[in-house]
Design a protein around this ligand. Sequence first.
Ligand SMILES: Cc1cc2nc3c(=O)[nH]c(=O)nc-3n(C[C@H](O)[C@H](O)[C@H](O)COP(=O)(O)OP(=O)(O)OC[C@H]3O[C@@H](n4cnc5c(N)ncnc54)[C@H](O)[C@@H]3O)c2cc1C
Length: 464
Amino acid sequence: MNATITTIYEELRGFLDDHQVSTNETILEQHSKDESYHTPSLPDIVVFPETTEQVSAIVKVADKYNTPIVPFGIGSSLEGHVIPYDKGISIDFSLMNKVLEVREKDFLVKVQPGVTRNQLNKELKKYGLFFTVDPGADATLGGMAATNASGTTSVKYGVMRDQVRNLEVVLPDGEIMHTGNLAQKSSSGYNLNSLFVGSEGTLGCITELTLRVYGIPEHIAAARAAFPTVDDAVEAVVSILQAGIPIARVELVDEHSITQVNRFSETDYKEKPTLFLEFHGNEQGLNHDIEFTREIVEDHGCEEVHFEEDNAARNKLWEARHNLAYAYMHLNPGKKHMVTDVCVPITELAGAIKFARKRIEELGLLGGILGHVGDGNYHTSLMIDMDDPEEMKSAAQFNEEIVEYALERGGTCTGEHGVGIGKMKYQQREHGKAFSVMEKIKLALDPHEIMNPNKLVHTKRRSL
Ligand SMILES: Cc1cc2nc3c(=O)[nH]c(=O)nc-3n(C[C@H](O)[C@H](O)[C@H](O)COP(=O)(O)OP(=O)(O)OC[C@H]3O[C@@H](n4cnc5c(N)ncnc54)[C@H](O)[C@@H]3O)c2cc1C
């Protein structure tokens, strides 16, 4: 520890207990990485605050010594978001993990940022409610707000930004503020909820969230539909959306990924491009939606369709889909998982996916394609040998090409995983003049550039 870090450590110990401040090698190492292929880097200190006031005091110490801060949820992000390349203090929110209030009749819940989505849903179930956003990992709600996460249900319920009613935020000078209120709608002032959602810890620390929740649907049905080609599957989705069927989930898994699912989850799904679908509603409406969907998928050449209304079968189907990333990792030991993430207008999706598949094969890469097709968002799951520079180069080239393809067609370099360090190089190209406005916002709120520096926007901060 250098002299400044020793002083910071001692000041932090002045108001935090022993178990709340650590320089232990294992703890530092746990906070040096996310779930991506980006190179790890250790923080100097990890802290575990229990209250907003403690977060505020930590930030004030960091500001006083001009030391970087990196907020940390569970570290499941995929673009190097939480890696402290400029060292400093990693603030781990795992001890701020309480569901503070369920306002059943307002369909609102107030939580601390370290609550995970599964923990929240377990609590909400007692009230007949659920929280809709479901990224593949059991992420924290603070991390999910900070990355504007989404998942399989956003086609019906929207993304994280649509669920946030109010945030309590500790600003880079340690002051505490609220971004919203409890009202269903508001025309009052700049929309700071939207500014802080997706800000990736670069503007402040989220210490409390008030979120929209929904009643658990009376009936839920799920289906699996296999198609001859990806084109047929995507066109079926466009027709389902055009028909106004209120589909709750619609996920595409290509045939390569279905093979991985079958091997990992011991299923025997047809190894063809497959849509996983889900419908929410009352019995009568649901029966109508199911029949209409069946007709549409059959019109698009669907080779096999299975509907599951039984809870266990439905859970198995979605578990298989959610475990896909882990299936790739488990079945390809020694390789690192690299997930890409672009989003295009839905009419461009079939072309984008075909282009990605073609390039995966031409570049000799190993991987499959899956996507939240109702949103025009797709991922490729690549398995990379990190010791093979040629393979690393091909993967990077592939990523560049699919981002370019998306940007040329009015899409975005990230549909849901966020920018971190991995997508910074595309920001100027994607946002143009708006990117310099983002840089001005960053500097106005964080003039000393201590909040997650050199992520999302370029800052002038030198590495310490
Ligand atoms: C297998 C797998 C599947 C995934 N599937 C999806 C998916 O379908 N959709 C999707 O959107 N993402 C997905 N992800 C990515 C990841 O789960 C999300 O980005 C998630 O929102 C990150 O939450 P976290 O708690 O892990 O945050 P972290 O990774 O710890 O942090 C993410 C970012 O948020 C900031 N942050 C964390 N907490 C706070 C806070 N309290 N205040 C301010 N900033 C904070 C961090 O500084 C960092 O910039 C997946 C990841 C994995 C490993």
